[in-house]
Design a protein around this ligand. Sequence first.
Ligand code: BTN
Length: 327
Amino acid sequence: MLEHVFTALRSRQGEWVSGEGLSRELSISRSAVWKHVSTLRRQGYGIESSPRKGYRLTRAPGLLSPREIRMGLDTRVFGRKEIFISKETDSTNTQALMLASQGAPEGTLVAAESQSRGRGRRGRTWFSPPGKGLYLSIVLRPGIPPARAPALTLIAGLAAVEALRRLYPGLGARIRWPNDVMINNRKAGGILTEIAGDMDEVGSAVTGLGLNVDFREFPPELQNRATSLALETGRSADRASLARCFLEIYESYWGSFIRGSTEPLFERWRKLSLSLGRQVTVETSAGIVSGVALDIGEDGSLLVRDSQGRVHNVFSGDLRFQDGNSC
Ligand code: BTN
């Protein structure tokens, strides 16, 4: 019943909701309503009360919570069953991989207020200070051949960019191959996909999303390359809404990907890509590839034509632009 009282107040945040109306609507006594309101207050919600008007939710606690993420979440699987949120963890990807190895179902969500060992791609550290970013990971059960795995990351990056474009249409978020979330040519977020399985099949995978939400400053090494929603919009953002929007879009893309209907997703990826048609250098584990980024392949690889006209399929690496607009 606590959750019903919460939903009634949260969905009409800022408006007065009559105590009598609530008790009728939920078939509970007025003193039960009052008890639930007291519990919510103890959990950090600011709720005013007036004998004539009822209750009014004025402030939700800044912390991410399963309840805030689930409120109005329109998914069937992602974030539906288990949501684990901690104040601090080593890495939400590490935790999600562990849960996946213990049989956690697809859609299990792990998030944290901060990460002590947040990981980025290619062994880098992901800057994860408390309360300022969105750090979340989702358990997936793809059952696809390993050759299709790089596309997982592309689709998650696309979903993150689409979520930002839906919530912040004015920011014009774009993708830098393979999966960097870019705003005004600076990195605002990224995706780390990690897989487990055998040679024939990717049994489980974890997609981790890191978004710079409320950062006002960055460590010196990131200062000229990174940005955040707070810096771009001048205000704080609601991390639960961002998480919800990402989960909804990603789940729908995920369904298309699993059904093999990838072309519309790739088409959209091409439209939102900052990389295609540009002179790039990609640093891969096997060396450097320079040339024009032509397209992406079915498998998510980047096709780069070098100065001798040879086309390389690049599966992973760090991309830099060579045409003056580098970041
Ligand atoms: C990158 O661009 O290098 C990928 C960054 C991915 C960071 C996220 S934060 C949540 C999840 N947990 C991690 O340790 N990493 C990912």
